[in-house]
Design a protein around this ligand. Structure first.
Ligand SMILES: Cc1cc2nc3c(=O)[nH]c(=O)nc-3n(C[C@H](O)[C@H](O)[C@H](O)COP(=O)(O)OP(=O)(O)OC[C@H]3O[C@@H](n4cnc5c(N)ncnc54)[C@H](O)[C@@H]3O)c2cc1C
Ligand code: SF4
Ligand code: SF4
Length: 432
């Protein structure tokens, strides 16, 4: 039993949501079926599951075992190559470098240096997989993301760029397995955790899901974050034709295009100027693995201090974690798909991602505070949270724990039960 969590009975979907543990991945909908679980856009601007009828014990058990809101284990030891190091903060890595997509268009259009898009394209073109599961802007509602199955390079490139707002990439994951064709996934760390959890129960996942590519994640924002960006320019959502957060440069502009061909833009630093207005989802604030410990390869930004000082040509920090990741990385390098400029260490990652260092160090104490306030916490077996906590001074731990307990009491760490935003539901959920 994980020392970071207490024993808790199976949680209902509503309990997961109200505890602030759901980030809206959609896997429970896929497990239970769309006739029993709906992923709804809530008035808070989050995608959350609503059970349409009571779920039977077997379904609840399957959700309990796989939901990445409540199960966040470390990587399977056999997936990690011999000689890889496991850092207390960053998890396993066999190789780390600064690099970028060698293809100039991918590098330019990608979020940072286009490494994830380049690897996904390479997997398709070398026929290692038949398609990529990732997300792209919804065609009907461009401020929301939707699951995308990309069967060719054009589609992968179209979906490049980071999407910081709501989207449920796994809402149809069982249908993906039903195709019975090999695929790769690009997703946030929690998306990959969900699929790794499922992999332990469903042999089809092990057989078909060949690669998991991920990113280091600062968290998803509520829709209010994007709506306030539109507000700054007086744009109504109904007028919007496209919404892009970044890319086309590193970091590139946040760009809004209206149906009558007007374009508005914000710099990355302007969009994220005030942390109080990020609209970060409660689950993301306490995320115990936002660094993609269970992915094969992780790509991230590499600005010292985590903020860009201007535009550059595009660079990623690349963390190669598993045996499969190592094979892919080596082949991609040999075939000229990626270019690297230097190796890096875990301590470089500390400099690039100071917010992730603080978050991981605080996780154990925050969970203690949540438990003290009566909330369930995720099971984080193998993530070294208690070990990390032991390295902190007790005063810091106490402050973190009290802070979390108080935030639960004032409603900032839990969430209301999910209800539908008037006029919006998930009827349109599907692949495109
Ligand atoms: C919510 C969020 C928070 C992030 N926070 C940080 C951070 O704190 N620190 C940091 O270094 N980097 C962060 N990133 C990652 C960073 O923005 C880049 O995605 C990363 O550097 C990879 O760059 P790339 O050029 O290789 O990506 P690209 O080549 O542009 O590929 C991006 C891929 O990610 C997929 N994707 C984009 N958004 C989502 C999403 N919401 N859910 C699932 N898949 C998605 C796309 O479909 C695409 O396949 C964040 C990304 C996201 C989505
Ligand atoms: S985190 Fe995912 S699986 Fe868990 S309740 Fe939320 S949507 Fe469902
Ligand atoms: S911070 Fe964690 S829970 Fe939130 S989107 Fe990122 S990986 Fe998922």
């Amino acid at each position: 039993m994980n020392k970071n969590s207490h024993k808790q009975d199976k949680l209902s979907l509503d309990e997961i949501v109200t505890a602030g543990l759901c980030m809206g991945c959609g896997l429970c909908r896929s497990i239970a079926g769309s006739e029993r679980v709906e992923i709804a856009m809530t008035p808070e601007g989050r995608e959350r599951p609503i059970a349409l009828s009571p779920l039977d014990e077997k379904t609840l058990e399957a959700i309990d075992a796989t939901c990445p809101g409540i199960r966040v284990p470390s990587a399977e030891p056999e997936s990690i190559p011999e000689g890889a190091e496991t850092d207390i903060l960053w998890g396993p890595a066999t190789q780390m470098a600064i690099g970028y997509a060698t293809d100039p268009e991918i590098r330019h259009r990608g979020s940072s240096g286009g490494v994830l898009t380049a690897l996904a394209t390479y997997l398709l073109e070398s026929k290692e997989v038949d398609f990529i599961l990732h997300v792209a802007a919804s065609k009907e509602r461009p401020i929301v993301s939707e699951p995308r199955l990309s069967f060719d390079a054009v589609s992968v490139l179209e979906a490049s760029g980071s999407r910081y707002g709501p989207g449920a990439p796994l809402a149809n994951f069982m249908e993906v397995l039903d195709f019975n064709r090999p695929f790769a996934v690009v997703g946030k760390p929690c998306d990959i955790t969900a699929m790794r959890n499922l992999e332990r129960r469903d042999p089809r996942v092990k057989k078909l899901m060949r690669y998991c590519l991920s990113l280091i994640c600062g968290g998803m924002s509520d829709l209010s974050k994007i709506l306030s960006a539109l507000d700054q320019f007086g744009i109504r959502e109904s007028e919007l034709r496209s919404f892009r957060y970044r890319g086309y440069g590193n970091p590139g502009l946040t760009r809004m295009e209206t149906k009558d061909d007007k374009t508005f833009a914000l710099t990355y630093n302007d969009l994220w100027a005030d942390e109080a207005n990020w609209g970060t989802q409660p689950r993301c604030k306490i995320c115990p693995d936002a660094v993609g410990e269970v992915a094969d390869i992780v790509a991230a930004d590499c600005w010292p201090g985590a903020s860009p000082t201007g535009e550059d040509e595009g660079f990623n920090a690349i963390v190669v974690r598993t045996k499969r990741g190592q094979e892919l990385f080596e082949k991609a390098m040999a075939d000229g798909v990626l270019t690297t400029i230097r190796e890096i260490t875990f301590r470089d990652l500390d400099r690039f991602q100071p917010h992730k260092v603080r978050q991981k160090k605080a996780a154990w104490a925050r969970f203690a505070g949540m438990r003290a306030a009566g909330l369930p916490v995720p099971n984080t077996e193998g993530l070294r949270l208690e070990e990390l906590a032991r390295e902190q001074g007790w005063k810091k731990l106490l402050a973190q724990a009290r802070g979390a307990r108080d935030r639960v009491k004032t409603g900032r760490l839990g969430e209301p039960s999910a209800t539908r935003e008037p006029s919006k539901n998930d009827e349109s959920y599907g692949f495109y």
